[in-house]
Design a protein around this ligand. Structure first.
Ligand code: SIN
Ligand code: FE2
Length: 221
């Protein structure tokens, strides 16, 4: 991640207007919602990644994911040839995942409430890093124990086209552009909808450099 503050101006120039867009019965894009939090989030994120760095994981099918992953919180999502699961330990260090940072938790709880989900209590945050060309295939988030809690997804850095599908993999997904600072919340009847990310386009973000980082908070345990 590049250094602090000098380029905030450039960021403001690109800023999308804040506002809430409904994308499903119980799903919203909260535009620019995280922007006021970014300068608190980035040092926290840096601490998390110093302890549990990004790494590329392998799916049960034997494919290496193009996004690099890390986690923080009581539980971290991992995948290897044995399957997908949540684990209290980072498999790389065999130590607990870094704690969920305070600002990230506060942001996620407020965003969830603004999308109609009160009392969100996240215990897991998956951190995805996409360089240009990286993508995320359509999938459901279904390794969590409790589907009554929503998923809260914070986008930082390069823009992405988020695919928001239906309950069947074959349902044609909506294409939703996500920018630095946007937060997506999906839950309730939409909690198990398929979603993914199209390959990230080449570019350099003024604050985050040549990458997109996505943080997805869930109640997993
Ligand atoms: C995910 O579904 O894990 C990531 C979604 C995103 O990167 O926007
Ligand atoms: Fe997901």
């Amino acid at each position: 991640m590049p250094g602090p503050t000098a380029d905030l101006f450039a960021d403001d120039a690109l800023q999308q207007p804040a506002g809430r867009e409904q994308i499903g019965e119980q799903s919203y894009v909260l535009r620019a919602y995280a922007l006021p939090w970014v300068e608190r989030l980035l040092p926290e994120l840096r601490r998390v990644l110093a302890q549990s760095p990004f790494r590329q994981m392998v799916t049960p099918g034997g494919f290496t994911m193009s996004a690099a992953l890390s986690s923080c919180g009581e539980l971290g999502w991992t995948t290897d040839t044995r399957g997908y699961r949540y684990s209290p330990l980072d498999p790389r260090s065999q130590q607990p995942w870094p704690a969920l940072p305070d600002a990230l938790r506060e942001l996620a709880v407020l965003a969830a409430a603004d999308a109609g989900f009160n009392d969100f209590a996240p215990d897991a945050c998956l951190i995805n890093r996409y360089v240009p060309g990286a993508k995320m295939s359509l999938h459901q988030d279904k390794n969590e124990r409790d589907y009554s809690a929503p998923v809260v997804s914070v986008s930082l850095g390069l823009p992405a086209v988020f695919l928001f599908g239906g309950h069947a993999r074959s349902d044609k997904p909506q294409k939703i552009s996500l920018f630095h600072g946007d937060v997506v919340v999906w839950g309730g009847v939409d909690r198990l909808r398929f979603h993914g990310v199209m390959p990230i386009k080449e570019g350099v973000h003024p604050r985050m450099g040549r990458q997109r980082i996505n943080l997805t908070l869930r109640t997993a345990g």
